[in-house]
Design a protein around this ligand. Sequence first.
Ligand code: PEP
Length: 255
Amino acid sequence: MSKMKKLIAGNWKMNGSLAANEALLRELSQGLAIAPVCEVLVCVPAPYLAQISALKAGCAALSALELGAQDVSAQASGAYTGEVSAAMLKDMGCRYVIVGHSERRQYHFETDALVADKAKVALATGITPIVCVGETLAEREAGRTEEVVKRQLAAVIHANGHCISEIVVAYEPVWAIGTGKTASPEEAQAVHAVLRAQLKAATDKAERIRILYGGSMNAANAESLLTQPDIDGGLIGGASLKAPDFLKIIAAVQV
Ligand code: PEP
């Protein structure tokens, strides 16, 4: 079982506006006034990083809320129109960045090697990459879940060597993202145990690597998932946009 503080991370995806973000953070600040037992993070669209940084700075109840991004360039700087570098994210106060989200693998054709490079550039900049792995429905039905997630994680382990102990992993079955279908706690735990074993083979610090579950986690199912021995937190899309739901997930975390 992991000894690290659990991590509840919201992935806002391409949602929000200046007004909506401010309202969401105001509601969150009320729920976070008493410090939660877990670490709480919001990964927001890049254009709003400055806004969220400023709102955090102006509100004591949000001081413990961590800020993260949803993607990062594998390049350090230069002629890469539209890209955002790890150094820029660091400048904006990001502690975390999601890499290899299935939506980026699917719609932007990100390969395992590119995801590994993104994790590497994040680590080199002092930002913790949240490396997403997960199988599609077709892969699951073909009995390939283990093979797929191990291949995705192996690329990141290979590229990052001993730094691997500094990453966060998120197991996100693609068929469960945004669909309302969730892996059962037992199904999720089984994959998390496979990932933990793979990390143990790569580093003697595997117990301190947090492995999050993501895929339609909500207020009703959070507790049963988060009490599994190898589930060290959640990566939450839809439910992170509704403060009461996100706060209920945070409240479901036990030490
Ligand atoms: C996600 O975007 O990483 C995610 C898990 O989304 P949802 O919670 O909406 O399934």
